[in-house]
Design a protein around this ligand. Sequence first.
Ligand code: GLY
Length: 409
Amino acid sequence: MKSLYFAAILLLVSSGVSGSSLKKTADRVFERAVVQFTALDARVSPDKMPITFEKGKVKDGKLNDWTSGFFPGSLWLVYEYTGNADILEMAKRQTAKLDGIIGMHTHHDIGFQVNSSFGNGYRLTGNPAYLEMMKAGAEKLSTRFSPVVGCTRSWNPGKRWNFPVIIDNMMNLEILAEVSRLTGEGKYLEIARIHANTTLKNHFRPDASTWHVVAYDEETGAVLKKQTSQGFSDESTWSRGESWALYGFTMMYRETKDPAYLEQARKVAAYLIPMLPKDGVPEWDFNAPGTRHAFDMNAVGAPKASDYKWRPGDPVLRDSSAGAIIASALAELSTFTTGKESKRYRKTALRIVRTLASPEYLAEPGENGNFLLKHGVTNLHKWSGVDIPLTYADYYFLEAIQRLLKLEN
Ligand code: GLY
């Protein structure tokens, strides 16, 4: 009798009862998103976009900020799931605020900005004006490409680096690939491939962990430095950077079917999954003091102990945004792999999503400045944006849930 009972449970689980519980989670999260984002939409000024909520105030960013596409993007994702007509109007209005961003652009994140806003808008409505913005975004980003270096430049020349490329930049390749796919103009995908190949060669340590910043010599293409900007130290692994690598190489495999990109995404997953805590939401840096793989304060490139605010005994901060990005990337990577490996990716993604959807991370209506997720970290190294909501955490969380749900159908 007992064994019959367990067999029945097993059958129910494998036939999708676990799925229906994900559907319930999704319904609850997207319902919450409608409430939170309707309020957030009403409190944001017409020439700004919401980034976070700090010290009791919603922090807005300029339309040129790298994060500006995520609020419209989240609205598109909520519209996609709920079909809510008011949210559709908000998505259109918030997206339209970005109409002028191409002209004001000075950094590489045009990919993030345009793809999450206009890209989702185009995918869901087919509005040709949105495609025009995507084309203009890809063209603008392509002007930052150096054939000598084999990368698009991330940040403009500064005191520390002349031609810095950050691992995050893998994410900006998506707009290049999409525009090539949608228009048949191959030059953008070619740039994306060259950038990904250079990154594959220079941005990874042998264990597939990443350096955050690789600085190049613009004249020769030589690698000058491998350092960090937002991680704990030059040799540590900043968890959001590692998440961008996982997502970026998975996406490049989707767009090209080049097995080298799939192989790299799998190597990153093999490094990353064991680094996650039990509940799946990563610490802000895998080697930060207090973590299981902590470096000491004398590590190369670590902040001066006197400047570093974290002290032994303080909680080690998690980054919900890194968790959301990993969940979304693993959901997609599970579709490019089979058997146990695929199941492992999907299970890990589900574990992260369930934790993020719990009261520990998911804000109650009206809380958290009307963002969804709590406990993100922008830059703990500089102690700016610590333990706060982040607009991109919300975006990738919503995307991860939708991707996981599609796997059940
Ligand atoms: N691309 C900036 C960040 O991930 O914080």
